[in-house]
Design a protein around this ligand. Structure first.
Ligand code: AMP
Ligand code: ZN
Length: 114
């Protein structure tokens, strides 16, 4: 997916502030943070969004969630709390069609979300 923004971040064609990485996943700071801690966790392999995941992606999705929790802990918000968000499709506000887990914390987050 040569024209995908997050694939280009994985390929290091576009800079990002990477905070954690393994062979399958990349965590970096959101460029337009909505909270003091706002990280994005993405699979290095292109998947459009959670809804586009397929049978066989279960382990990757599980690792994505655990990676997000670990990144939240390393960012210092394990005790204060944090939110994990996966947007899917137009009504969710999904803007980048490459699966990404938002990790939001460092302030009291409103519920329900807007
Ligand atoms: P979503 O609305 O769920 O698709 O979220 C996309 C997120 O990607 C937004 O929070 C953007 O601020 C973020 N974003 C867009 N471009 C970049 C970039 N180059 N580096 C880091 N985050 C980005
Ligand atoms: Zn992509």
């Amino acid at each position: 997916m040569g024209d995908c923004l997050f694939c280009r971040i994985v390929a290091k064609e576009i800079p990002a502030t990477v905070v954690a990485e393994d062979d399958e996943l990349l965590a970096f700071k959101d460029i337009n943070p909505q909270a003091p801690i706002h990280l994005l966790i993405i699979p290095k392999r292109h998947i459009a969004n959670t809804a586009a995941s397929e049978a066989g992606d279960e382990a990757l999705l599980g690792r994505l969630l655990r990676f997000g929790c670990r990144a939240a802990g390393e960012a210092g918000v394990a005790e204060s709390g944090f939110r994990l968000v996966l947007n899917n499709g137009p009504d969710s506000g999904e803007a980048v069609p490459h699966l990404h887990l938002h990790v939001l914390g460092g302030r009291r987050l409103a519920w329900p979300p807007g």
